[in-house]
Design a binder for this molecule. Structure first.
Ligand code: NAD
Ligand code: MG
Length: 384
């Protein structure tokens, strides 16, 4: 049976790589829904190539041009945020690849879970914003959330076959990003283009900056807590600059399992849509005959303070991760527009976390409000 895939965020880095995987396995997968924010050109190109059932463009101004370009096809065309949420509720697909970046991906992902779809989760922000609500909903609806994030896919793969065996801890590996070993006196002058150059991965702009500030690893700690029902103290971060070990699980007998491979997001994407099967791939293989070493070190928490802030949010819980995420999105956006410096990102997040009221057991509405309030406050700090 062909699995019908809905790619929310098909024009992004994860979205495009998902289409590459589908193209390699046309007998197993079809692209049923494709969505984009503003890039109608690429969406049209993808639609003509993959012939989905539905395309959605979030930016309503792009509707006419999209509709015209696809007028000779059977493809249904929708526009706007509302349409994005509604299409997520439809029954025309089996698996959602949640590949929208940031908070914008939250509601469509929650809607997919609501209607019982399997979710391949790239959009980690969804779990950072309201992990308890998302996981509770997934539990109620018996929905599998299969991680696409490489670290979490690694942990997920290490856990296959382990049944109820207890996890002592998970060890999330981090490349350290382009500024590994640098100190604040260097980072203060870092510009956008330098921060956008990641040594091992080619990704969208937001996550690339998050990787440079180590906020990405902070968000991933929170993501891991929810995905694998962990206590905060069971989550450790280790710097592993080669990005060959994608993460590890240590069990209560002390045994450590690691999942390894060359850094290539197509692998966790393919695993998420083919699970529990593994499919063939022509991705390059890691070669143990080539001299190389795998190294590990502690993160520099004095320099990369985002990791400390994210740990605080992880341990304290409530709406604090939601506040952290919202402030970070605003700050990263401002940095990408050269409005603030690299170290200001952390300052904006920290001040917003201090300012916005803490709620220990937030409802969904509390989360939505905390997100909006945090964005407003962070923006006022930057004077956007
Ligand atoms: P990207 O910026 O390359 O793509 C983002 C996609 O989301 C695009 O298709 C864009 O059109 C869409 N989008 C953006 N804002 C939107 C909005 N307001 N409404 C509707 N659609 C919108 O990002 P990416 O690198 O592909 O990352 C996507 C998600 O996957 C992120 O949450 C990221 O953290 C996660 N992730 C990415 C990678 C990677 O290698 N790129 C690895 C692990 C996790
Ligand atoms: Mg990751």
């Amino acid at each position: 049976m062909v699995k019908r895939i809905a790619i929310f965020g098909s024009t992004g880095s994860i979205g495009k790589q998902t289409l590459e995987v589908i193209a390699e396995h046309k007998d197993k997968f079809s692209a049923e829904v494709l969505t984009a924010y503003t890039n109608e050109k690429l969406l049209i190109e993808q639609a003509l190539k993959f012939n989905p059932n539905i395309v959605v463009i979030a930016d309503e101004k792009k509707y006419e041009v999209l509709k015209d370009a696809l007028s000779n096809t059977q493809i249904k065309v929708f526009a706007g945020e509302k349409a994005l949420n509604e299409v997520a509720l439809m029954n025309c697909y089996d698996i959602m690849i949640a590949a929208i970046v940031g908070y914008a991906g939250f509601q469509p992902t929650l809607n997919a879970i609501e209607t019982g779809k399997t979710v391949g989760l790239a959009n980690k922000e969804t779990l950072v914003v309201a992990g308890d609500i998302v996981m509770q909903k997934a539990f109620e609806k018996k929905v599998a959330i299969i991680p696409v994030d490489s670290e979490h896919s690694a942990i997920f793969q290490c856990l296959v076959g382990e049944g109820r065996n207890k996890i002592e801890k998970v060890i999330l590996t981090a490349s350290g990003g382009p500024f590994l070993g640098k100190k604040p006196n260097f980072l203060v002058n870092v510009k956008r283009d330098h921060a956008l150059q990641h040594p091992n991965w080619s990704m969208g702009a937001k996550i690339t900056i998050d990787s440079a500030t180590l906020m990405n690893k902070g968000l991933e700690m929170i993501e891991a807590k929810w995905l694998f029902s962990l206590q905060p103290q069971q989550i450790q971060v280790v710097i592993h600059p080669q990005s060959i070990i994608h993460s590890m699980v240590q069990f209560e007998d002390g045994s450590i399992k690691a999942q390894m491979g060359l850094p290539d997001m197509k692998l966790p994407i393919q695993y998420a849509i083919s699970f529990p099967q593994r499919l063939t791939s022509n991705f390059p293989r890691y070669d143990f005959k080539r001299p190389s070493s795998l190294t590990f070190e502690e993160p520099d928490l004095r320099t990369f303070r985002n990791l400390v802030l994210a740990s605080e949010a992880l341990f304290k819980g409530g709406n604090l991760p939601c506040i952290l995420n919202a402030a970070n999105e605003v700050a990263v956006f401002a940095f990408l527009r050269n409005r603030i410096g690299f170290l200001d990102i952390t300052a904006v997040v920290e001040k917003t976390m201090e300012k916005i009221s803490f709620i220990e057991k937030p409802t969904l509405d509390d989360y939505l409000e905390s997100d909006a309030e945090s964005r407003n406050f962070a923006a006022s700090l930057i004077q956007l």
